[in-house]
Design a protein around this ligand. Structure first.
Ligand SMILES: CC(=O)N[C@H]1[C@@H](OP(=O)(O)OP(=O)(O)OC[C@H]2O[C@@H](n3ccc(=O)[nH]c3=O)[C@H](O)[C@@H]2O)O[C@H](CO)[C@@H](O)[C@@H]1O[C@H](C)C(=O)N[C@@H](C)C(=O)N[C@H](CCC(=O)O)C(=O)O
Ligand SMILES: Nc1ncnc2c1ncn2[C@@H]1O[C@H](COP(=O)(O)OP(=O)(O)OP(=O)(O)O)[C@@H](O)[C@H]1O
Length: 514
């Protein structure tokens, strides 16, 4: 989108200076006009301010100059170009602040709910969008791991490549949403977004901390759990109102992180028990499971404290997505949506009508039991899903098809093996985005953590073949869980996106023929 920047180059220098980011400027003409910002030279098409970041090569800057860049922002000086540089001490922070300013701070026109947590971000975001779309007539933008929605035409919905986009893309999308008449935004914020300063300077109206368990720790992500937790807690420091889950671990740390910048009357804690034991205070909202089945749930929500009672959302709600862990996701969506103006009727409607691609999708069969396609791909999520399935279907066989990603989330392999060992009778280990690794070696590592006395384990490299075998072999009363990829239409292999039908499409086709 081409436009005139809402800042001039000298204003950009003021912003960088104010935030102690400016090292030096080579600009001699501060009235130079730019109409685009970019960090990828291939996307420069006119007078641009160009950001040099990451694993950057000087040749990219030359490319950007040849395509029209008028100046660059970088942590280092480049001598292979004629355009002036603005040298900063942190390119990610600088890019975030200047991107927001370039678009005239679109966040100020887009009240925002932000979700973080190891698990449940996407589901909770979809619940909240579903509720608020009812309140605001489909005017709710969504930045989720699955889709980025900036408007209501087909072109306004694109598949996301990251949970939280790079800052320049984030503010571009916010600006597009505002221009398309969207009135609110629901977004997911990953720990990496804080680690890489993709959301530097961004404040949310409501921030939710769903839960934390070890994940994303390893090369290219977080060096330690403490680093992971610290990054996630930054969401609370940047939120006007904080919503916390009392049932998760580390609630004490999380509560005090929220309290550093938020008054207790703007913190709402929800949980299944009446009290937050670690803190010795009552939960604001207590919820209870009234019914849960393989297809849906019913919960009650009760406010326990005066500030919670003011929201007046006490009542019973039906939730369209099964899984007891989705009850907490639904409660948090109910609280946040109410804070954003939703009525009880909107909440009732939204929670009963939400679908999330690849999250607990159910395919019942007559002769082969129930097939689920679910995105579970680490210990926490696979344990939650299998625990729920086991409670619902204690007699049938539980069959799991899964793999694990190469080059990232290495610790997930142990967790997947452990969860399979706890609940499954049979497991087919297969391929899931192996990147530069051998999927068989990844499967062997998962297998080492499975209790082979309890679980029959096989390896079938071809994911479609593994799914087909598991589904066609299963019997009435069995549950087959295809875990990990959901609707993902690619296998990431050696730097290439190799087309893949997607678990959901494969299962849907199989079930048709049964
Ligand atoms: C490959 C890689 O490690 N990329 C990370 C890195 O990007 P980078 O800037 O170094 O990218 P790069 O591909 O090396 O390119 C360097 C620069 O050259 C530019 N370029 C490149 C080619 C060219 O011809 N011209 C050109 O200008 C590129 O546009 C880029 O600006 O620095 C970015 C800083 O924000 C990271 O976001 C990004 O994470 C990659 C994309 C990634 O997959 N990250 C995952 C782990 C992630 O963030 N996941 C979380 C979810 C997990 C969670 O819950 O925590 C997420 O939010 O999605
Ligand atoms: N609150 C929860 N607690 C534990 N597991 C959950 C919870 N919510 C969802 N899950 C499980 O985790 C999977 C991923 O859920 P969802 O996509 O909502 O989470 P996410 O935080 O966006 O995940 P990711 O960071 O992996 O994209 C679901 O398919 C389900 O198996």
């Amino acid at each position: 989108m081409h436009k005139l920047a809402q800042i001039t180059l000298d204003e950009a220098l003021v912003i960088l200076n104010e935030h102690h980011l400016l090292v030096k400027s080579q600009l001699s003409n501060l009235s130079l006009n730019f109409k685009q910002i970019a960090y990828n030279s291939k996307l420069v098409s006119g007078k641009s301010l160009f950001f040099c970041k990451g694993n950057f090569k000087a040749s990219y800057l030359l490319d950007a100059q040849n395509r029209g860049a008028i100046a660059y922002v970088s942590e280092q000086e480049f001598t292979n170009v004629a355009i002036p540089g603005i040298i900063v001490n942190d390119i990610q922070k600088s890019m975030s602040l200047l991107s927001a300013a370039f678009f005239g701070f679109p966040q100020n026109h887009l009240p925002t709910i932000a979700f973080t947590g190891t698990k449940g971000k996407t589901t909770s975001a979809y619940f909240a969008k579903s509720i608020l779309d009812r309140t605001y007539q489909q005017k709710v933008a969504l930045f989720s791991t699955i889709n980025t929605v900036v408007g209501n035409t087909a072109n306004d919905v694109v598949k996301s490549s990251l949970t939280t986009p790079e800052s320049l893309d984030l503010f571009t999308n916010m600006n597009a949403a505002v221009h398309n008449g969207m009135t609110h935004l629901v977004m997911e914020v990953s720990s990496q977004a804080y680690k890489k300063n993709r959301v530097y300077g961004l404040h949310y109206d409501v921030g939710v901390f769903l839960n934390i368990s070890p994940d994303h720790i390893g090369r290219n992500e977080h060096p330690t759990f403490a680093d992971y937790l610290h990054c996630k807690e930054q969401l609370l420091v940047n939120s006007n109102i904080c919503i916390l889950n009392a049932d998760g671990t580390h609630i004490r740390d999380i509560y005090y992180a929220a309290k550093t910048t938020t008054q207790p009357e703007n913190i709402y804690i929800y949980g299944r028990e009446a009290e937050v034991t670690e803190l010795g205070i009552p939960v604001d909202f207590q919820y209870q499971s009234l019914e849960d089945s393989l297809t849906s749930n019913k919960i009650s929500i009760t406010a326990n404290t005066n500030h919670a009672k003011k929201l007046a959302i006490d009542g019973n709600y039906t939730i369209s997505i099964p899984g007891d862990y989705n009850e907490g996701n639904a409660v948090t969506a109910a609280i946040t949506s109410c804070l954003m103006g939703a009525s009880v009727a909107d909440i009732e409607y939204g929670l009963a009508h939400t679908t999330v691609p690849g999250r607990m999708e159910i395919y019942p069969t007559k002769e082969h039991g129930t097939i689920y396609v679910d995105y579970a791909h680490n210990y926490g999520s696979l344990h939650s899903v299998l625990n729920f399935i086991k409670e619902q279907q204690p007699k049938g066989q539980i069959v799991v098809i899964t793999g694990s990603t190469g080059d990232k989330g290495i610790d997930r392999r142990e967790g997947l093996g452990k969860a399979i060992g706890e609940f499954a009778n049979k497991a087919y280990l297969t391929t899931d985005d192996p990147a530069t690794e051998d999927p068989k070696v990844i499967a062997e590592t998962i297998s080492q953590h499975i209790d082979h006395d309890k679980v029959a384990v096989s390896y079938i490299a071809d994911r479609k073949a593994a799914i087909t075998k598991a589904v066609t072999e299963s019997l009435p009363g069995d549950v087959v869980l295809v875990a990990g990829k959901g609707h993902d239409a690619f296998q990431k292999i050696n730097g290439r996106n190799v087309p893949y039908a997607g678990d959901a499409a494969i299962v849907a086709n199989l079930v048709k023929g049964l």
